[in-house]
Each structure stands twice: as C-alpha cells, then as structure tokens.
Write a new protein. Structure first.
Length: 134
C-alpha cells in the first residue's frame, strides 16, 4: 500500500508540495498587496488571485499532511484549482477586457509560465497515483 506519508516526504512528492507552497506564498502575497494598494482598479481580478492563493494554501496543506482528511482537502483544492484555471483562463482568452489586470489564472497562467495550468493535472495525477489501495 502506498501512503501519502512516504510520497510527500521525499522525491517528487516533496517537490510537488514545495511548488504548491511557492504558489501559495506568491499568489497570496501578490493579491494582498494588490487588494491593499489598488483594489478599486481591478477588484475582481485581485479577489480571484486571493482565492487562487487560498486554494494553493489548502492544496499545500492537504498534500503535505497524512491521513484521509488532508487527502480530501487536497482533492477538493486541486479539483477547484483545475476548474478555476480552466474557467478564468477561458474567460480571459475569450474576453480580455473582462479583467482589467491579470490574475494568477489569466490566460491559463501565462504570466506564471503556464504552471497554473499544468500544476492541477500533476496534483490530481499524484493524488491518484498515491491513493491508498486496499
């Protein structure tokens, strides 16, 4: 039986948690600065970036911890992340004027090297690969 403990304490699992942690910090910090200094310029974009940051925090915590509750948190957060990046990415491609400033998920994460698009697929694959097998 594969356990999340083994999979996130070394190797690729640790790298995945680290990448999510960096995104959690970057997206949350950026959105807090934007909301604190220029919220009226693009409130929807900055709020969406804050939501993305919180989703990355939840995914990081869920992936890093052991047990069924953290795994459920990780599944929910990474699933929400995938829906978010696909929805916001599509909206920003179809109607670029919809958001006066970029979000983390704008144009499928283009401003972040498309990692926001790739990351949920990697996260979901990791969760599937490391699921408990009875």
């Amino acid at each position: 039986m594969t356990s999340i403990r083994t999979s996130t304490r070394s190797g690729a699992g640790r790298a995945l948690v680290a990448v999510y942690g960096v995104f959690a910090l970057a997206a949350t910090a950026r959105s807090l600065v934007q909301l604190g200094t220029k919220a009226s310029e693009a409130p929807l974009a900055y709020t969406l970036s804050a939501v993305a940051g919180l989703v990355y925090v939840a995914a990081t915590l869920g992936l890093a911890e052991v047990g069924p509750a953290p795994r459920r948190l990780a599944w929910a957060a990474v699933g929400f992340e995938l829906v978010g990046v696909l929805t916001v990415g599509t909206l920003t491609v179809l109607d670029p004027e919809l958001f006066p400033d970029q979000t983390v998920w704008s144009a499928y994460g283009e401003g972040y090297g498309w990692l926001p698009l790739v990351l949920p697929f990697v996260g979901l694959a990791w969760l599937w690969h490391t699921r408990p097998r009875h």
